[in-house]
Structure formats: structure tokens, C-alpha cells
Design a protein around this ligand. Structure first.
Ligand SMILES: O=C(O)CCC(=O)C(=O)O
Ligand SMILES: [Fe+2]
Length: 358
């Protein structure tokens, strides 16, 4: 079985594309992190639209299937309540995430991601595609964080690992529950034999192939001049679904590029989780669902944390559009592994490389 690390091994990163700035040590935004004069023009701040337009869906609502499907189609993003993740578990992951990021830089770098690795501490994986660095630190967990956590806390790593593993387990259940709804909405018939990695409604197959997942802990320190900085540059997520928990109450920081409306601020709803469509679901939906560009802006006085759980099919699964009603095929088949490798080398161009018709 191939793993996420195998897919990244062919696109190793340079050390300066892994080690974050020691944000505690700077009083001004250094040139390396100032997007103000960058030619990308990404920093244009468009007046945010009213936040209430992003759908909030109660998963206990009998019409959840249609509401989720429609939100995927119009926004590619929505918030969910009644998601089954306890507030105690959310508090625990927030605490453990904060415990890691509040360590001195020297301690955090003990968990540094290796150049060709998928997991560990480091800058955002999209960094090499931009000529400026982001106001961000990340910690990626693929399955168990134990190897890296043990480097940081040789005698106190267990709690961190237990909490992160429990959270991933619950996130996986939620992702699969959402995916079953979404695939039904797309008109997928009863028991598709090529999607046997999804849970069966009545019997659990112990030999079910492992889906490809990762948990990304994000930390955005407060910034002396937020207008110059970029928390996370615009990108789309690669996998089928991302489930995002935004920590720090309601002040937000995430913005989504909405067709015709510009950058719209996503204000977190207390207790809700945010779900967004990734490129792989865009492929499976034959372009019906957009995988939307999103970015993060930073704040002068408050740091922000978020936890993004990425869920995809097993690495060897061949993604191809589910066709209802004989629509023309928009994407050629591609394996999960091929797509992740393409994205690691081409970022925004990856999707156009599998597109056969626009
Ligand atoms: O921090 C956020 O709100 C967004 C994080 C994100 O987009 C990601 O990790 O891919
Ligand atoms: Fe993202």
C-alpha cells in the first residue's frame, strides 16, 4: 500500500521551505514575509460580504442530504451543527494544539518535517509556489503523531497523541457520514463496488482499504502589521472533503473567494464545523461542486488556531467523475497518488492537467 509520504517523497522541500520564522522574535513584518509589494496582487482586500450567506446545516435535519448537496454546488463550503463531535473533545484538541504552538521555536523544531516527509512541524506545504512567506506555522499529523511528539516531550507525549488520535477517529466517521450523503446526492447507485473503502450502511468490512487522511494543525501568530502579511495564501484543498475547526471563538480570519462576490469572510458559528469541497470531490462530481479558493488573514492582537482534517480515498483509488444524466465527462481518471503528486509539483495547475473539457 502506498502512503501520503510516498506521494510527497518525489517533491522534497528545501530547508528554508520547512522551518517557520521565530515569530516571537520579530517586532516588524520582515521583507521575506511582506506581501505588500509582491507582484502577485493577492493582498487586495475586497470588502467582505455579509457572513450569514454561508449555509449552516443541521445534520439532524431530515432534509440534510439536499441541503448538503446544494451547499456543495453553490458554495463548495458550508458549516454543520449536530455533527456528533463533543465539545469536550474539541476543547482537548484546542488545548493540546495550543500547548504545542506556545513552545519556544527551538522546542518546536525538534518535531520538524523531513524534506520529503508528510508529517511534522513546518511552514505551509504551498510555500514554494509563492515568493513571500506566510504568517503561519503548521503541524501535520498522518495517522499517529507519536514519533514527532516524543522528540518534543520525551516523557509527556502520550496525552497529545491520544487526543489527536481520538479526534482523527471522530473526524473520519463524520467525513464518511457526509460523503455518503454527498454521493447519494450525486445519484450514486446503492453499493458501488469501486467505492468499497466507504463504510457499508449495515456491515463493517474489516478489510476495508484505508482512506487517505491527514490532520493539519494551523497557527497564525498575531502580526504587527496584518495589512502586509498573509496567514495562508489562496489555495484549494486537494482531497475529497476538509473538515475545519476554527479555534478562538468568532473573530475568524478565513476568507473564501465566491463567484461574483469576491473574498467573503467566514465567521465561525460557535460549535459548528466548516466543511469544504476539495479538488478530488470536484473531479468526482464532474465539476458540479467547486473546490473553492480560500485564504487566511491575520490579526494585530490575537493569534488564531485551526484544525483541518483532510479526507480522501485510498492512495491507489482511481478517481473519475460520477455521471448522472449523461453529462459530458470533464476529467480523465487519475489515481489519488497521481493527483497528490501533481498538486505537490503544480499547485493550481493540477486540476487543469486532469481536465478534458472546460
Ligand atoms: O485556518 C484556516 O481557517 C484554513 C486552513 C486551511 O485552509 C488549510 O489548512 O488548508
Ligand atoms: Fe485549505
Amino acid at each position: 500500500m502506498t502512503t501520503l509520504s510516498d506521494a510527497y517523497r518525489n517533491a522534497p522541500l528545501l530547508p528554508h521551505h520547512i522551518i517557520p520564522l521565530d515569530f516571537d522574535s520579530v517586532k516588524h513584518v520582515p521583507e521575506s514575509h511582506s506581501w505588500e509589494n509582491s507582484d502577485s496582487g493577492l493582498l487586495i482586500r475586497i470588502q467582505p460580504q455579509p457572513p450569514e450567506s454561508l449555509p449552516i446545516i443541521d445534520l439532524a435535519d431530515p432534509s440534510a442530504l439536499n441541503l448538503v448537496g446544494q451547499a456543495c454546488q453553490t458554495w463548495g463550503m458550508f458549516q454543520v451543527t449536530n455533527h456528533g463531535i463533543s465539545s469536550a473533545l474539541l476543547r482537548d484538541v484546542e488545548y493540546e494544539t495550543g500547548r504545542f504552538f506556545s513552545l519556544p521555536a527551538k522546542e518546536k523544531t525538534k518535531a520538524l518535517r523531513s524534506p520529503g516527509g508528510a508529517s511534522g512541524y513546518g511552514v505551509a506545504r504551498i510555500t514554494p509556489f509563492f515568493n513571500k512567506f506566510m504568517w503561519h506555522e503548521g503541524f501535520t499529523i498522518v495517522e499517529s503523531p507519536v514519533d514527532h511528539a516524543r522528540e518534543v516531550w520525551p516523557h509527556a507525549y502520550q496525552r497529545f497523541c491520544e487526543v489527536m488520535e481520538e479526534y482523527q477517529k471522530k473526524m473520519k466517521e463524520l467525513a464518511e457520514r457526509l460523503l455518503v450523503l454527498i454521493l447519494k446526492y450525486l445519484g450514486l447507485p446503492g453499493e458501488p463496488h469501486d467505492l468499497h473503502w466507504l463504510p457499508h450502511p449495515t456491515s463493517d468490512d474489516p478489510f476495508r482499504p484505508a482512506s487517505c487522511t491527514a490532520l493539519q494543525l494551523n497557527y497564525y501568530p498575531s502580526c504587527p502589521n496584518p495589512a502586509q502579511a498573509m496567514g495562508l495564501a489562496p489555495h484549494t484543498d486537494s482531497f475529497l472533503l476538509t473538515i475545519l475547526h476554527q479555534v478562538n471563538g468568532t473573530h475568524g480570519g478565513l476568507e473564501v473567494l465566491k463567484d461574483g462576490a469576491g473574498w467573503v469572510r467566514v465567521v465561525p458559528t460557535e460549535g459548528a464545523l466548516l466543511v469544504n469541497v476539495g479538488d478530488m470531490l470536484r473531479i468526482m462530481s464532474n465539476d458540479l461542486f467547486p473546490s473553492v479558493l480560500h485564504r487566511v488573514v491575520v490579526d494585530k492582537t490575537r493569534h488564531r488556531m485551526s484544525l483541518a482534517y483532510f479526507y480522501g480515498p485510498p492512495m491507489d483509488h482511481r478517481l473519475s467523475p460520477i455521471l448522472a444524466g449523461g453529462a459530458p465527462v470533464r476529467f480523465r481518471p487519475v489515481t489519488v497518488r497521481e493527483y497528490i503528486e501533481m498538486k505537490a509539483k503544480n499547485l493550481d495547475d493540477a486540476l487543469s492537467r486532469v481536465r478534458v473539457r472546460s
